[in-house]
Write a protein that binds this ligand. Structure first.
Ligand code: NAD
Length: 486
């Protein structure tokens, strides 16, 4: 039998083995064709309670295991993902509508998360502190118990794994609620990987379902940390509930990321970077370049070249063609994209290419002469749309860039890197790339946004991961009982 054979998991959730979910089952629908390509189990509120209870019990035994045994699980998981990268890629292509290149890139990022988790298991987990009396004083990090992970559809495998792997590695149990549109590549696949890698039963649960199920996870009193990746609107609700319940919520939310193109660039190179930033995975990335801010001296050439590039990008079924761009995730998302584009045109912006679709295949779109009065510029589109605005002075570029409430990623293209570094300090953004577009991620780098993009919480790197998924305990220890005046 091949790895991750659907006969083992079809129609099921993963919670103490492959079991039927309380919410029944649902179809996996391929966005490119509308065909049903499998089914997954749907979790219920009762499943959440059972998973959390099992997780609490399993977590204590997990922490008691010698650390080499725990880190070996993640090494094996990383290797299994590498060995079966084609299986994961196929699911990312068919279930999430990913182009082949994007799918392969995502699969490689994912195994890096599991290999990287071994470092979380093996890292020092505390500090010796200076203290004014003869005693040992230390701060140590302890797992929180059960971590809830809620993840979106766009990069389903990496956005789940970047929380799941370090949270387990830090000694916790995890209950993952993937987006129902990507239950397989964003959840069930990893249940099989971790089981095969030897993770003890009961520690990791995958419960696909909708917003209600996610909210049940947030509200469960024994889930002490929530790691949420998704829209700002949903993140606000999660954050409000977590605040009321006095639990920590790491919120990785939307973006409307600016790419500032200064007057001294090589325009064809800048256009290529900008096109990649706006169109990769049909623009369905939190870091997508949502606003191109271009100096007036090169503006016309930039718009003309970007238009030509966009018009030449093939869009098609990524499972059966070599097209780098596939479908958007569903009709609701497509209609939202089209509404934002259409209203921007009606408000006076110039649609130089695209603005049309065939089924879920939306043409790469360029909207010139954009500004805050155009909804495709002012809001996060989450589609293959590149709004372009003109500026004359650097002050104006900073003003345009900071008009957005979001603060996730920023790209600055210029030959004068010191000028770019100065600009980067003036524009609130969790991530800045000088001489690159806005989309990038790697397991070793701190990832997070400010403002409406989230709580500035960070993924990436051992320290950030330990910080995110543990609590600090201050411990003092002395040989004899301390003496007091009364
Ligand atoms: P979404 O917020 O609708 O859904 C994301 C996840 O949250 C899904 O699993 C969904 O079922 C769940 N959910 C929705 N409402 C919930 C609620 N009230 N309580 C608990 N769970 C709830 O997001 P989407 O539209 O599917 O995804 C796209 C959004 O995600 C974009 O805004 C994008 O920028 C953002 N995103 C951010 C990052 C990041 O790292 N900052 C990465 C990818 C996507």
């Amino acid at each position: 039998m091949t790895f991750f054979d659907s006969s083992t998991w079809d129609g099921r959730i993963s919670s103490g083995g492959w079991v039927r979910g309380g919410g029944g089952s649902a179809d996996v629908v391929e966005p490119a064709t509308g065909n049903t390509i499998g089914s997954y189990g749907v979790g219920s509120t009762e499943d959440v309670s059972r998973a959390v209870e099992q997780g609490r019990a399993a977590q204590r035994e997990w922490m008691a295991l010698p650390y080499p045994e725990r880190s070996a699980v993640f090494r094996r998981a990383g290797q299994l993902i590498d060995d079966n990268a084609d299986v994961l890629s196929d699911w990312l292509v068919r279930e999430a509508g990913s182009g082949r290149g994007k799918a392969a890139f995502e699969a490689s990022l994912v195994s890096g998360e599991y290999f990287g988790a071994t470092a979380v298991v093996e890292a020092p987990y505390g500090q010796l502190l200076r203290t004014h009396v003869p005693r040992l004083s230390m701060a140590r990090r302890l797992p929180v118990g059960v971590v809830g992970v809620i993840s979106p559809f766009n990069f389903p495998a990496i956005l789940a794994s970047r929380s799941v792997a370090p949270a387990l590695a830090a000694g916790n149990a995890v209950v993952l609620k993937p987006d129902p549109r990507t239950a397989v590549s964003g959840g069930l696949f990893f249940a099989e990987v971790l089981r095969e890698a030897g993770l003890p039963e009961g520690l990791f649960h995958v419960l696909p379902g909708g917003a209600d199920l996610g909210f049940a996870l947030v509200e469960h009193p024994d889930v002490r940390v929530i790691s949420f990746t998704g829209s700002t609107a949903a993140g606000r609700k999660v954050g409000e509930a977590a605040g009321r319940l006095l639990k920590r919520a790491h919120l990785e939310l939307g973006g409307n990321n600016a790419l500032i193109v200064l007057d001294d660039v090589d325009v064809p190179a800048a256009v290529s970077a900008g096109a990649w930033g706006s169109f990769l995975h049909q623009g369905q990335i939190c870091m997508t370049t949502g606003r191109h801010l271009v100096h007036e001296s090169i503006y016309d050439e930039y718009v003309e070249r970007l238009t030509a590039t966009a018009a030449g990008i093939p869009v098609g079924n990524p499972a059966t063609t070599e097209a780098p761009l596939g479908p958007v995730i569903d009709a609701g998302q497509r209609d939202r994209i089209h509404d934002l584009v259409t209203r921007s045109g009606e408000a006076g912006a110039r649609i130089t290419t695209g603005g049309t679709f065939d089924g879920l295949f939306y043409r790469p779109t360029v909207i010139a002469d954009s500004g805050m009065s155009h909804p495709a510029f002012a809001e996060e589109v989450f589609g293959p749309v590149a709004p372009v605005a003109k500026f004359s002075t650097v002050e104006e570029a900073v003003a345009l860039a900071t008009q957005s409430d979001y603060g996730l990623a920023l790209g600055i293209l210029t030959r004068d890197v010191m000028r770019a570094l100065d600009l980067a300090e003036r524009i609130p953004s969790g991530i800045v790339h000088i001489n690159d577009q806005t989309v990038d991620d790697e397991p070793t780098a701190p990832f997070g946004g400010v403002g409406a993009s989230g709580t500035g919480s960070r993924f990436g790197g051992v320290e950030a991961n330990i910080e995110a998924f543990t609590e600090t305990q201050w411990v003092t220890m002395q040989g004899e009982i301390a003496r007091y005046p009364f």
